[in-house]
Design a protein around this ligand. Structure first.
Ligand SMILES: [Zn+2]
Length: 382
């Protein structure tokens, strides 16, 4: 590794620290990163001269000269974020704090071929590029339903028959910016690392429960994607041998039992009205409807099985539960916790499983596109 590469990595480490842990003093940065005082001072000066970092008062620390604190200038580097979901296509401008400055959406239903999808993405992005802040856009981040492979959406099930869409190459051709794409739950996990309120966690597995179930594995604050980019597809861990047939080709996958869609389906089969949707079910469950509470209970039962299996493999600090849980997020988290607590194992002392609710609602995979761009493109600095 040459000197320039090393310097770029140091810049990235420092900017990530200031963005996610700021306001923070130079002294604190040297402690947290093990970089020398000289390196920290030089890089911070460069950030300040470029308008990416600013001084923001003094810390209230113990005696002597109080160290000056540093914080990120949130709008100095912006992401053009795109979220490609099954129902909604969303694009927006997001800053270094994960705040959405502008956002536009289109329904996915009328989009029936690859050209139409790309055209819709371009039309949203063209509108956003007109924003006066767009000169600060330093990259495009895309989160999409998977499976994905090197910048291409392959063949997601239940996705209007769209497949093999070369999203990143088309976007970089049109806008001349670096483009990064990851599956939506990987991006949601990164949103927790950069913008969430679970900063104390350095390693966790994010589980996103929506019409499907996805996951993201964070080890030492870095996303682990696996050798083929498919790490964390928790929805396809098998919880019932020879169970319900899944679109992936196997049987008994978690998402056939515990996705919002599967949970609504189970409620219908057990007496709920035919026209009920997930919103109605969560609303009913938090208001004490017995059948809907039972449906949530069944949902968490299989999730607990998957969590136990993943914990056996990873011995991880925590599992973070997110996705489209709406009003029943706390109920789901509590239900998982109490099921885990009721099972005693010989490992209880060493690796008690901790469960935390996600910091976000369903927007994590959109906001996280800014984290995806920061994670990939802060080196070298513009
Ligand atoms: Zn499956």
């Amino acid at each position: 590794m040459n000197h320039q590469d090393m310097n770029d990595i140091n810049k990235f480490i420092l900017l990530k620290q200031i963005a996610t842990q700021g306001p923070v003093s130079r002294i604190e940065l040297t402690k947290r990163t093990d970089l020398s005082k000289m390196t920290v001072t030089a890089i911070v000066n460069e950030f300040i001269s470029k308008g990416v970092v600013r001084e923001c008062g003094a810390s209230t620390s113990t005696g002597g000269r109080r160290p000056i604190l540093l914080e990120i200038v949130p709008n100095s580097m912006l992401t053009l974020g795109i979220s490609i979901g099954r129902d909604i296509l969303q694009a927006g401008i997001i800053n270094l704090r994960g705040e959405i400055l502008q956002s536009e959406t289109l329904p996915m239903a009328p989009i029936r071929n690859n050209e139409a999808l790309l055209k819709s993405i371009f039309s949203l992005c063209d509108q956003l590029i007109k924003n006066k802040l767009s000169k600060n856009i330093h990259g495009i981040g895309v989160s999409s339903v998977g499976p994905l492979s090197v910048g291409t959406i392959l063949n997601p099930p239940d996705f209007n028959n769209l497949h093999n869409i070369p999203v990143t190459s088309e976007l970089s051709k049109r806008y001349g910016l670096p483009v990064y794409m990851q599956n939506d739950m990987h991006v949601a996990a990164l949103a927790e690392v950069y913008f969430g309120n679970l900063q104390e966690l350095s390693s966790f597995i994010y589980i996103g429960i929506s019409s499907g179930i996805g996951g993201g594995i964070i080890i030492n604050k870095k996303l682990y994607t696996g050798i083929s980019g498919l790490a964390g597809i928790i929805g396809h861990s098998i919880v019932v041998p020879d169970g319900i047939q899944c679109e992936c080709g196997r049987r008994g996958c978690l998402e056939k039992y515990s996705s919002t869609r599967a949970t609504v389906q189970w409620a219908k089969e057990n007496g709920a009205p035919e026209n009920i949707n997930w919103w109605d079910l969560t609303d009913g469950a938090v208001n004490g409807n017995k059948l809907y509470m039972q449906a949530i209970d069944r949902m968490t039962q299989y999730i607990v099985t998957a969590i136990i299996n993943f914990q056996a493999a990873f011995d991880i600090e925590s599992f973070v539960i997110g996705g489209d849980l709406h009003m029943c997020k706390d109920m789901v988290v509590e239900s998982i916790r109490s099921k885990l607590k009721s099972q005693h194992t010989i490992w209880d002392q060493q690796n008690e499983i901790t469960i935390k609710p996600s910091s976000f609602t369903s927007s994590a995979s959109f906001i996280g596109t800014a984290a995806l761009v920061m994670e990939n493109s802060l080196e070298p600095m513009p």
